[in-house]
Ligand binder design. Sequence first.
Ligand code: C2E
Ligand code: MG
Ligand code: MG
Length: 430
Amino acid sequence: MDAIGFDPLTGFLDRGGCLRAAVRLAEFCRRQDKPFSVLWADLDRFKQVNESFGHLGGDAVIAMVARRLGDAVAGRAEAARMGGDEFVFLVPSCDRRRAEQIAEELLRTITMPVEVGNIRMRPSGSVGVAVLDDAEESLALIERADRAMLEAKRLGGGRYVVSGDEQVPGRVGVLLAREELLIESQIHAALESGGLTLHYQPIINFNGSIESAEALMRCEVQGQSLAPGKIIPVAEKTGLISRLGEWSMLNAAQHARRLRDHGFATKVAVNVSRAQLMAPRFVEALYAALYCGDIEPSLLELELTESLFLDVSETVQTNLKAARQAGVSLAIDDFGTGYSCLANLKDIPASKLKLDRAFISVLPDDRRALAVVRAIAQLGRELGMTIVAEGVETERQFDILAELNVDAVQGFLRARPMDGEALVEWLRRW
Ligand code: C2E
Ligand code: MG
Ligand code: MG
């Protein structure tokens, strides 16, 4: 089979045939409004095979692997050999999820044992996946799949990478995926353009008094808002978290001051991430916030994830101690999701436990969650800690938590996070 457009060794399309087929399939999928994926597969360390078995042996391996790959995707994809040990699969009507499944199948197929003479070997491969973008040329699509394959090789081979997920250096040289890179630049833009704000969600005691208000970061860039769940991890990776953290502590303290000026001595709780507490200058930032905010330290609370309390590093310990000594209270956030070690609770300098939403959202149906909440509430009480239930959304949950002697609730049922002005109004009405 050495017709024009075909590779004689494998019977697959050759490079020219592949490019023509890609143009045709891309047009077809666009007309049908269907996705189109390209997978580029390459054997790892194939040079060694050629060196050990000679080119004839190498060709035998390629023919064998190609036959298996062709069978694996038969009826779903057009297969091509781009030269050497490089194969391309053109898959019409295939979105990212299906393309990733096919990539896994290709990787599994490649690792099936191959016999050359009397030697048995298990090759491994690297696969790059690219899904056609709007208005993208099919040649560019194939090149993206090739670059993603090279990234899979750079990461050690035996894996696939989806184009767009490759790690590229960000502003401070840390490797980031493309989406993270975009978020990094959006955080900078927000810091420069005033796109960062804090919203506040009241935490309400069962006796009706206000326990505190939690400050939650909101970020808006060019009309688009970014959830803290997206921003914080990127900020931690890039070190931007110090700036964000200083900014939120300062603003939270200033808002506590504003509330006090309005006659509400409401404590403001601010989230502090692990990366912040690992920085030696954390204490300075905390003092600066208290000083510039001009508030009593008792009006500020730090919410920390439980794993932080188990961190034995000296910096974290010193920072926690300094915060306590300054008179700032500490709360354990999202309790129950991390490395809850009840034995450690007695040594932890926190006065509040916030039960994670995961336990609350399944109430009242989940008997086990109910038992856990009951036990933690009792334990916390005996340790003299305030117990807060996060994510309370229904009256039923509220009633159960009251029965379980939880101290306070936070959740959409009573109040959603709101901006600083709205909080003043809300407190007035409450
Ligand atoms: P968190 O500290 O556990 O904050 C509570 C989260 O639960 C908030 O999400 C809040 O909007 C949400 N929430 C409150 N009540 C309900 C409810 O009834 N139902 C549901 N489904 N959700 C509820 P948000 O604002 O998206 O924040 C997510 C996380 O991001 C926070 O979890 C916190 O860990 C982190 N974060 C937020 N702001 C900051 C910040 O300034 N600094 C740091 N380091 N982390 C922050
Ligand atoms: Mg929190
Ligand atoms: Mg929480």
